[in-house]
Each structure stands twice: as structure tokens, then as C-alpha cells.
Design a protein around this ligand. Structure first.
Ligand SMILES: [Zn+2]
Ligand SMILES: [Zn+2]
Length: 749
């Protein structure tokens, strides 16, 4: 790349690709005269670092440096992989989430397409080797008939077949081979005689797989119409588009994208990985054809590389993908759509632990419009709309016209009092009798997060909670104690229910196997398909269970969280929630919100066909705001109570949280590191900050690692990333102990 104006900028600032928190700032390197024209922002370069060479990325060209004797860049390893604005965003992510800058920068690199330096141990000792990208562009050869009058000799049947195949239009060598067998000799002969031409071109992998069903034209409802108009009228705003399943959010997305494309811009559509099915992608491809690239983890590295490159080259203008597609190189990006905004999968679980929704909101500050779609907004999104920072849009009705299902809430405490010891209430039992009699289909949902158990009074539904955090206490068999995993409070477990004195204060939770056994014993004629982590291991296990259920004329699909998400079962007339209580008592301050979201989602599975359907929710806590919100179809019941509670106790969005998880095999070392980090944080905390813990994590042991955590609670908008970074830099944990800072955590387990 020729760039004369850069020649006086003899210094390049380079972020080295080494995973260490202390190497966070870019380093200055001299740009040799010979490389001056090629060293540009985004270029991978080889630079000396200590005794060896490492890969780094140029983030800036400058004229002066505070360092006097600079080492030179060794070589340039490729053309630019990211832009200057991508670097600024990476920088913001690193600061905001207390992550290493090189990790943040890696989000923007092509999948499998970046060079690396790897450590090799040989007989001569340790050496370092530069490894070129493993993934490269693939090519294919296109065959075109250029002499339509050409007649192959009678003897060469293969040449004749090739020429006949080409009369329909150009075909790739791969396609010819698939149809006719090995054709290269025939092609060489035909090319020599001037009958055909062979041209190499780029082969784009990952484009297939989605059904090319025809696009259906839609007349917009009044609500859709005004949503589309509002989005167009306020570029650079963040919109929260609220609408139940089937209310037509996707059509609003499609119209907004259409408009951006017409103006020459590009768009990003994020969908939770689990909902990123061929059907979902198909809707976008049906409307926009080859302008759509797709990025998700089920694609091969080669496919992801090509889809990424389609965007980088401007061959595609729209990307539909999972969380990390937010960093795809879409040219002239003007619109970001995040579907199912409330999904926790938008938060990355490893460094950098960014939240796609919040990064998108940051991106809106440079004029990009953001649309967050959801049936059950997070309290964060609701609050941002209420406070006027974001704009609210609503799609109140299902466009299909199908009615919403009837919701029946069953009080399991009352059932127990009446002598029903079964896990099926009278109402659910009768509904299943009817499924069997009428030969229809039901989905039974067993709410299960196996590890954290709690005590529940079978008679009044009471669950012991932490006096200061208001989260459920986790029951620990060892020592028979109750523990708060937010602040560390713990107490001996009571013998009788503190509220009603009942002796039936028991550990809560039944496995799928037990439910299945009782189902089979009571309804021997009912077909049961199970879908949970035990039965769907291995690739395609999930699809196999669904196919088996679809093939049934009548029967029950029994499953855990998997059955709740984004699946479409048109013939299902009954949805039964066996135990709504598990989510209510998760040791997490968002438990009520999650319960509501889950119940609303599960309810959406019933009555998607012609019949409206019935949803039966069994719970020991029928007054739970999430249950009442679903029952009366009024989300505000949940949001109003949650708002009040979180304000009072200082949970997000009325505070800002960070969770520092310290883990390792040696308990003593983990404890020591957690204690010194907590001390550091306490010493440097501003007014109004609170340091909770260290306490054992709710998941205190994962594999062989022991885990402790520290919660930092600060006022909204507090610079938690910087505070964590400083505190962590001041502590050197023992070998084998790892420290994971998580700013704005969505999961406190
Ligand atoms: Zn009780
Ligand atoms: Zn507590």
C-alpha cells in the first residue's frame, strides 16, 4: 500500500499478541525505511519482545516516542485486518471489562486467519516459530463453453457429455466431476481445441445450508409500520422493540435492513446461537439473497473465514450471526439488530467478558442505530427506556391472529395439604388424561439447574433467604448448613419451617428420570420422548429428540431448559411446567426476572397452531411476581416489583456490579489470593462502593478447581473496569491460581 504521507511517521505503536495482563499498553517500534509504505493500522507485524519475536498489530503511526532507542519492526505479515475505529472499540472493551487489550483486539481478527508465534520444544531447547494463518482463501475453476458449434469426435463420449452439460451455462469443475466423474483430461482436450475456457475464481464457503424458500410479502400492521418509521427517523438511537412471539419483530428487522441497504450501508443481526437455525437464516437470505453472510460456531473455520471475508471485501453487506458477529468487518455499518436482547448468551463467558448489548449501545454513539428485540426485556433495557436513554417500541399482538393460550396456575402447597403426594397436580393429571384420550400432544417442562439445591416447605412454600441480599440460601449437605453465595452469610439449616412450623422442609428438585418413570407408570399408553442433557449428548442428539417427537401422532415431549427455547411445535395443545420454583430460588438476584422470562417463553410453546392451547404452571409460590405477570399477561407486575426490590437492595440496574472469581486446585492459595484482592479493592474503593465477600462461589467446585468470589457493588456508571485492573495488577496470586474479573456479570453462579 503506497502512502507517502506516512513516511515521516517513523514510529509504529504495536499491541503485542501475548496473553498477559501487564503487557497492556501498545509498545513503540521503529518503522524501517523499507517498510514505511506497508506498515499501516491493522497490519500484523513481527516484532522483537525480550529475547524473541512475537506477532503484534499496528494500531497507530506516530512521529515521536518517549523511548530513545527503539527496536525495529522485523517484517510485515499481511495486509490490515482491522480499522482504526475497531482499535478504539477494542480499547474501550479492554478498559470497560478489565480485559487484556490483545484479547479485545482478537475479537476483530478473521476466524483462523491471523498469524501466530508458537512455542516449540525440541532437542535444542525451546524455540519460537512463526505460523502462518491455517485458513486461506479457496479457489474453484469455472468452465464456460466458448464455441457453441464445437462437435466432439464420436469416440469421446465424455467430451460430448461435458459440452452438453455446458450448453445450460457455465459450471464449476467440481460440479462437472460430481456429475460425470473425473473430467480433467477431457477439459484439457476441449480447452486446447478452443471449445471451452477455464477461469479460476474465489470459492466462498459456508453459503449453503439454508433453505431458499421464497420470500413472502407482508402487509405491515399499524404497530409494525410505526416501529419501522421510528427506526428510520432516529439514526444513532437505541430502540427496545417489545413484542410477544409471533408479533412480527422479524419483519420490522427486515424493513430496517432494507432501508439501510438502499442507502448503501451495512447491517449486523445478532441471534442467540441456539436460535440460529437454517430457518432463521433462510428468512434473511430469502429477502436479501447473497448480500447475507452468516457467522456462528457450527460452521467450519474455513467457512467462517470466507463469510468474514465476504463482508471485509464488501461482497456481502449483512451478517446474521451469534454474539461475536458484532465485530464482523461490515462496511459502512449503520444498523445493529439484537434479537432476544435479554438472553444471557450475549455476555461472553471468557475474557474479554463483554456484553454484546452494551457494546452495541456504545457503538450507537458513533451514529449506528441499534434495535433490541425481545418479548421479555431485561430490567436493564426496561430501565433505559423508562429513563429516556433508549427508545421503546411495542408490537402488542400476534400477527397470525392466533389467541394466546389459557394459563392455569396450580398451588402445589395446597395440593400437598389435600393429600396429593404426586409430582402431577390434579389439573395436570386430568389434562394428560385428555391428551391420551384425544390423541394430541403435550410438552412437559422440568425446570432444572441440578447443582444449587435449596430447602422448600412442602406445605407453605417457604424458602430460606439471605437477610441482607434477599437471594435464596443454598443448602449444603456437608455440615447441614444454608449459605448465601453473594455475601457469604451462613446459618445452620432449621429443623421445621420457620414460617408455618411444618416438618416437611425438604430439599427441592426431581430429576427427569423420576418424572418419566411416574409418567410411564400412570399413563402406560402415552408415548414419551425425553430431551435433556443426558439424552441429547453428541452431535444431532437434540434434533433426533425433536424429530422423534414430530413423528408421533400423540405423546409427550419431556425436557429441561432445551424445550423452552425458540422451538416451534404447532400441534402442541398442552404445556405443563412441573416445577416453576427452581428458577425462583436460583442463588442470583435476577432469579425473579429469569423465572418470568422462562415461563413466558415456555407459555409461547402452546397453541401455535389452530387451537389456542393450555399452559399449566405448578408452583409452591403462586404469588411470585413472575407467575402473576404471565398469568395476567401484564409484564409490569414483574417489572414494578423488581424495580422496587432492586432499588432498595442496590442491585443492577440501580448499581453496577463486578464479580471476581478466583479459582485453582489448592484451596489455601485460592483463599489467600481472594483475600488480598478483596483487601486491595477495599483500600481503593470510592465512597458508595461495597465489597462483598470473599465467599465460596455457588458452584464452589468445578471439576477439580475450588472457586471463591468477590462482589463489588458500585453506583451506576462507576469505572469498575479500571478499579479491577489496578487491584488485580497489585496482587500476584500463587502459581495455579487464576483470577477472572467479570464486569456487569449476568451469572453469579
Ligand atoms: Zn412452611
Ligand atoms: Zn447475602
Amino acid at each position: 500500500m503506497m502512502n507517502d504521507s506516512n513516511s515521516w511517521l517513523r514510529i509504529a505503536r504495536v499491541v503485542v499478541d501475548v496473553r498477559t495482563r501487564t503487557l497492556d499498553e501498545p509498545f513503540d517500534y521503529a518503522v524501517p525505511e523499507t517498510l514505511s509504505d506497508t506498515v499501516a493500522v491493522g497490519c500484523p507485524v513481527l516484532v522483537p519482545l525480550g529475547p524473541r519475536n512475537v506477532v503484534g498489530y499496528v494500531v497507530q503511526r506516530v512521529a515521536t516516542s518517549t523511548i530513545t532507542r527503539l527496536k525495529p519492526i522485523q517484517s510485515v505479515l499481511g495486509t490490515p485486518l482491522f480499522t482504526e475505529s475497531a482499535y478504539h472499540l477494542a480499547r474501550w472493551i479492554a478498559d470497560e471489562y478489565a480485559a487484556p487489550l490483545s484479547e479485545a483486539l482478537r475479537l476483530f481478527l478473521p476466524p483462523g486467519g491471523a498469524p501466530r508465534v508458537t512455542r516449540q520444544e525440541g532437542p535444542e531447547g525451546v524455540s519460537w516459530k512463526l505460523v502462518s494463518p491455517t485458513v486461506k482463501a479457496a479457489e474453484e475453476r469455472l468452465v464456460t463453453l466458448i464455441d457453441a458449434t464445437f462437435e466432439p469426435s464420436r469416440a469421446s463420449h465424455l467430451q460430448r457429455s461435458v459440452v452438453d452439460a455446458l450448453r445450460e451455462g457455465p459450471v464449476t469443475v467440481g460440479e462437472l466431476t460430481a456429475e460425470l466423474g473425473p473430467v480433467s483430461a477431457a477439459l484439457t482436450a476441449l480447452e486446447k481445441r478452443g471449445a471451452v475456457s477455464l477461469v479460476s475464481r474465489r470459492r466462498w464457503r459456508g453459503a449453503g445450508g439454508s433453505p431458499t424458500r421464497p420470500d413472502t410479502s407482508h402487509t405491515l400492521s399499524a404497530a409494525q409500520e410505526s416501529a419501522v418509521a421510528a427506526i428510520a427517523a432516529h439514526p444513532g438511537s437505541v430502540f427496545v422493540l417489545e413484542g410477544v412471539t409471533g408479533s412480527g419483530k422479524t419483519e420490522v428487522y427486515l424493513r430496517a435492513i432494507s432501508r439501510v441497504l438502499a442507502e448503501g450501508g451495512g447491517a449486523i443481526v445478532l441471534v442467540p446461537e441456539i436460535s440460529l437455525t437454517p430457518q432463521t437464516v433462510g428468512r434473511f437470505r430469502a429477502r436479501f439473497g447473497p448480500a447475507v453472510a452468516v457467522l456462528h460456531s457450527r460452521l467450519s473455520v474455513g467457512e467462517r473465514f470466507d463469510q468474514w471475508d465476504l463482508l471485509a471485501k464488501g461482497e456481502a453487506q449483512v451478517v446474521v450471526g451469534a454474539r461475536s458477529a458484532l465485530f464482523a468487518p461490515v462496511k459502512d455499518l449503520r444498523l445493529i439488530i439484537i434479537d432476544e436482547e435479554h438472553e444471557t448468551s450475549y455476555k461472553q463467558g471468557s475474557a474479554p467478558r463483554y456484553h454484546a448489548r452494551d457494546v452495541a449501545a456504545r457503538m450507537s454513539e458513533s451514529g449506528i442505530t441499534v434495535v433490541l428485540g425481545t418479548a421479555t426485556p431485561s430490567l436493564e433495557a426496561r430501565d433505559a427506556v423508562d429513563s429516556g436513554r433508549w427508545r421503546g417500541l411495542a408490537l402488542p399482538d400476534r400477527v397470525t391472529g392466533a389467541g394466546r393460550p389459557e394459563i392455569v396456575v396450580v398451588d402445589m402447597g395446597a395440593e400437598f395439604g389435600d393429600g396429593n403426594r404426586s409430582m402431577f397436580s390434579t389439573a395436570l393429571g386430568e389434562a394428560l388424561d385428555e391428551i391420551l384420550a384425544r390423541k394430541s400432544k403435550a410438552v412437559l417442562f422440568l425446570n432444572r439447574r441440578g447443582f444449587a439445591s435449596f430447602l422448600l416447605c412442602r406445605e407453605c412454600g417457604f424458602v430460606p433467604r439471605c437477610p441482607s441480599c434477599s437471594v435464596s440460601l443454598t443448602y449444603h449437605e456437608r455440615g447441614d448448613r444454608l449459605v448465601c453465595h453473594h455475601c457469604g452469610h451462613n446459618e445452620p439449616s432449621p429443623i421445621a419451617c420457620p414460617r408455618c412450623s411444618s416438618p416437611y422442609l425438604r430439599r427441592f428438585g426431581a430429576g427427569t428420570q423420576r418424572v418419566e418413570d411416574e409418567l410411564r407408570a400412570r399413563w402406560p399408553g402415552l408415548a414419551v420422548v425425553r430431551m435433556d442433557a443426558d439424552t441429547t449428548t453428541g452431535k444431532g442428539g437434540h434434533d433426533r429428540a425433536l424429530t422423534a417427537f414430530e413423528a408421533l401422532d400423540s405423546g409427550v415431549l419431556l425436557g429441561t431448559q432445551m424445550v423452552a427455547k425458540g422451538l416451534d411445535y404447532p400441534e402442541v395443545t398442552l404445556v405443563g411446567v412441573i416445577n416453576a420454583d427452581t428458577t425462583m430460588h436460583l442463588p442470583d438476584f435476577r432469579a425473579a426476572e429469569r423465572t418470568y422470562q422462562l415461563l413466558e417463553q415456555v407459555s409461547g410453546r402452546a397453541g401455535r397452531g389452530a387451537e389456542p392451547g393450555t399452559v399449566i404452571i405448578q408452583t409452591y409460590w403462586p404469588d411470585h411476581p413472575g407467575v402473576r405477570a404471565v398469568e395476567s399477561r401484564d409484564a409490569n407486575i414483574l417489572y414494578d416489583e423488581e424495580r422496587a426490590l432492586r432499588k432498595e437492595l442496590g442491585w443492577p440496574p440501580y448499581s453496577r456490579l463486578a464479580n471476581v472469581v478466583v479459582s485453582g486446585e489448592e484451596e489455601k492459595n485460592v483463599r489467600a489470593a481472594a483475600a488480598s484482592i478483596a483487601d486491595q479493592l477495599t483500600a481503593s474503593a470510592d465512597d458508595g462502593w461495597r465489597i462483598l465477600g470473599p465467599a465460596d462461589s455457588a458452584l464452589a467446585r468445578v471439576k477439580r478447581a475450588y472457586r471463591r468470589h468477590i462482589l463489588v457493588k458500585a453506583p451506576p456508571g462507576a469505572p469498575l473496569g479500571a478499579a479491577l485492573r489496578d487491584a488485580l495488577a497489585a496482587v500476584t496470586p500463587a502459581k495455579g491460581v487464576s483470577v477472572a474479573p467479570d464486569v456487569d456479570p449476568v451469572d453469579l453462579l
